[in-house]
Design a protein around this ligand. Structure first.
Ligand code: BEZ
Length: 201
């Protein structure tokens, strides 16, 4: 399998973490792409008309895209056990994943606003509104973190990846002061080899 990737993307990292948790990281060949929302390499566009990463080209040639689809594919095909099958556990894990992915969406938009948009067109109110989404998500995760324990599933992995991306791109936010219980959980959870091996660069 070939994964179109960028080492900074939290959504690509999620796929790599899930592959590692499934024990198949060595079956995923990484192909790095330089891209922005306004420049998409042709090879990626051929597989994913939306021109977004992650995109996973299967050995059959079919291309899967959207990190949630790819993660569920890997978990199903390689028995990862990261998606609780039914009931409250399933909906809690998926809701946590949605919270963490939305956090990453907002943080990536902040990054693009500063990095891709010309300086004279940047809009500080818009950046602030995105950061407020991240802060509100942090407040919810702080309250819920006492229930995370040592559970490793798609929800807790997604939360750890979102926090790692915030550390990487928004170190000035000092989220640990705002969310100390979440920080204590993250300190331990982020020792997992799958997370250690996939730090954003
Ligand atoms: C980043 O540089 O932060 C980034 C790169 C690719 C996708 C998302 C984020």
């Amino acid at each position: 399998m070939k994964l179109y990737h960028n080492p900074a993307s939290p959504f690509v990292r999620k796929v790599r973490v899930v592959a590692a948790e499934c024990g198949i990281a060595d079956q995923v060949q990484l192909e790095e792409l330089a891209l922005t929302p306004i420049s998409t390499p042709d090879a990626l566009q051929a597989g994913n008309p939306l021109g977004k990463i992650p995109a996973l080209v299967l050995d059959s040639g079919q291309c899967l895209y959207d990190s949630r689809v790819i993660c569920e594919y890997l978990d199903t095909e390689f028995d990862g056990g990261l998606f609780p099958a039914t009931g409250v556990d399933r909906w809690n894990a998926l809701r946590l994943q949605a919270t963490a992915d939305g956090f990453c969406d907002a943080a990536v938009l902040v990054r693009y606003e500063g990095f891709v948009r010309p300086e004279d067109k940047q809009w500080s109110d818009w950046i602030d509104a995105q950061l407020q989404k991240c802060r509100r998500a942090l407040d919810v995760l702080e309250k819920e973190s006492s229930s995370f324990g040592g559970s490793c599933h798609i929800g807790t992995l997604s939360v750890a990846i979102a926090l790692g991306y915030f550390d990487f791109r928004n170190p000035d936010e000092q989220w640990r002061t705002r969310a100390p219980a979440l920080a204590a959980w993250y300190e331990e959870f982020s020792k997992r080899p799958s997370l250690q091996q996939t730090q954003p660069v």
